[in-house]
Design a protein around this ligand. Structure first.
Ligand SMILES: Cc1cc2nc3c(=O)[nH]c(=O)nc-3n(C[C@H](O)[C@H](O)[C@H](O)COP(=O)(O)O)c2cc1C
Ligand code: SF4
Ligand code: SF4
Length: 263
């Protein structure tokens, strides 16, 4: 992590299927070319926070909340946030109300100053549900609009005007009533509902290698979940056998952002 103090910004993110990583990296690049962006499961994530004054913290909205892993990362590194300036970036498939506000409120309690909030609508990552599914064209269009919004946000930030998505009182109420109140149980703890189809799984270990929570192991050629899933959907989106499900009973469409970039 040499030379990080030369940079004003750093990005830290949880990203299951690539949306949040892409959005955080793009914003940080526009704000501070060459500044580091690290995944929260990376060992160096706490030291990246410690070494930077301004942080873009990104995550996917889940049931109008910040994922459990993100909330735990904030609280486990409580002392590191004091005096930091944080912009919360939340990606979402449709709607969140106060997606950015969920982490912002926790960060404030840890002594951080909230610079702003940015909401970005991206293709949805729930590979085992038919809801919200879009055509390739619609997905590309969403990504293009998110890129434009990131560009406008970066211009504003450079002139001292930070976006305020999801931070106000009204957004808080909308987030609560829209979903969080009804679905809070889904994100309160880590999830133990991940299912592996034993007839499909070939024990290749791809899921276990990529899980940010190290929630999966392969035992006797079968993936085994251990009840500490943060619902990022990475394993579900990459399993070559389509053997993993969480919300639904079968994989409808594996989503990986990189398939829609650079075309
Ligand atoms: C378990 C789960 C719950 C989700 N809940 C919401 C939601 O409440 N509102 C929403 O707009 N999108 C929701 N989404 C969609 C994701 O927030 C969205 O696709 C996000 O951009 C994925 O980011 P990633 O690719 O960085 O993982 C949910 C996705 C998952 C996996
Ligand atoms: S990636 Fe799929 S096939 Fe490979 S071990 Fe995991 S569940 Fe089994
Ligand atoms: S088990 Fe799968 S969905 Fe759960 S945290 Fe790990 S990679 Fe993400």
């Amino acid at each position: 992590m040499g030379g990080e103090m030369e940079h004003k910004f750093c990005g830290v993110y949880l990203s299951g299927t690539g949306n949040t990583k892409y959005c955080v990296s793009r914003l940080v690049k526009l704000l501070d070319e060459g500044a580091p962006c690290v995944a929260i499961e990376d060992m160096v994530a706490p030291s990246a926070v410690a070494a930077h004054e301004n942080i873009v913290l990104g995550y996917p909205v889940q049931y109008s909340n910040a994922p459990k892993m993100v909330r735990e990362f904030i609280l486990q590194n409580k002392e590191l946030w004091r005096g930091k300036n944080v912009l919360c970036l939340a990606t979402m498939g449709a709607f969140s109300g106060d997606g950015a506000g969920c982490a912002a409120r926790l960060l404030k309690k840890c002594g951080a100053k909230i610079l702003g909030g940015l909401h970005l609508k991206m293709p949805d990552s729930v590979c085992d549900s038919k809801l919200l599914k879009k055509s390739k064209e619609e997905k590309r269009d969403l990504i293009r609009r998110a890129e434009e919004k990131i560009g406008r946000a970066a211009e504003g930030i450079q002139s001292g005007k930070y976006p305020r998505d999801g931070l106000g009182f009204f957004a808080h109420i909308v987030g609560l009533l829209g979903q969080r109140l009804w679905f809070y149980g889904k994100t309160k703890n880590y999830c133990d509902k991940l299912k592996i189809d034993g007839a499909r799984c070939v024990g290749c270990g791809v899921c276990a290698r990529l899980c940010p929570m190290k929630n999966l192991t392969v035992e006797e050629s079968l993936a085994v979940p251990h009840g500490k899933c943060t619902m990022c959907y990475r394993c579900i989106s990459v399993c070559p056998q389509r053997a993993v499900t969480l919300v639904g009973k079968e994989v409808v469409e594996q989503y990986r952002l990189e398939e829609f970039l650079g075309e």
